[in-house]
Design a protein around this ligand. Sequence first.
Ligand code: ATP
Length: 364
Amino acid sequence: GNVIGVFTSGGDAQGMNAAVRAIVRVGIFLGCKVYYIKEGYQGMVDGGDNIQLATWESTSSTIHMGGTLIGSARCLDFRERPGRLKAAKNLVELGITNLIAIGGDGSLTGANLFRQEWPGLLRELVDTNQITMDRLTTCSHLNIVGLVGSIDNDFCGTDMTIGVDSALHRIIESVDEIMTTAVSHKRAFVLEIMGRMCGYLPLVAGISSEATMVFIPEDPPEGDWRQGLCDHIKESSKTDARRTHIVLVAEGAIDRFGNIIKCSDVQKVLTERMNMDVRVTVLGHVQRGGRASAFDRIIGTRMGTEAVLALMDAGPETPACVIVLHGIDIVRTPLMKAVETTKLVGQKMSELNFDEVVNLRGRF
Ligand code: ATP
């Protein structure tokens, strides 16, 4: 049977455990051996106890848990060829020639590079007597499938990434909680929401929580945002006798000149120009925390299942794919196109308008 290695890399996201569970169980069901590669690429490079055979039972009672139980890490060693050579040796020794990478665009870029280098890495391992010629023959191709675990929803080619829905739940719960105290004291609140390159979380949280204003990186306010915010509050106060205002600010929110809009900037405007009592709350890692929502458990499970099936279908010439959500369908899309488009959006964010960003982030 095939031998599969699964790892999580980059920032953790709720629903990663559901994906790992599905990969292990579908893999075993189909007669494969599945290995956990712990601590992301670091575990792959270091080998030893970091690479462990997964059992069916080892995934029991994990589907609901947030974070990633097999650990995640940023790994400098894997960025250099000598690190990838060590990783290749560790995989080949266990006969692992199928990898499922669960992470963001960086992790998937690394996986694709590894795949391209694989024949050269194995040749070097034979030439330096680290593996036998037999091993090279049985492990000549590395198949890669990617899953996107990221609370930001910043990955191009998928409608949703694993973890976004749970993060939204955390944000909305926090806003609801803040509302009760805000209303009591007629205070305004400015909340910083995660999303350096992507305003999906603050935007959708804003819609679901009646926020007064949302600032996101993709759509810098036209004109003077300070004046715009004050005008909007004055105008809306005429028709809506609100006791509070909530403003959501993405970490990467910018003004029309490309300068970051900070929560403290918004607080200053509301305090000085509107004479409001304003508090700032940075939600921070609360957004990544807690249980996975039903939606993330389900897309994690469906994407994990599809990833194993994609590996079973893959041959030496099959391009690497990433498993994505299109509407209600789980489908395969070319990994490199998705990664490159994601990078492009990041680099060109300030030159693109909102519709262009949305189009590029769409399906292909
Ligand atoms: P997040 O969206 O949470 O930041 P990510 O997967 O984009 O997730 P990165 O820190 O960019 O997070 O990448 C995770 C790891 O993947 C890195 O620490 C590194 O080991 C590996 N990696 C990233 N880019 C490359 C690359 N170009 N070549 C080799 N390895 C890479």
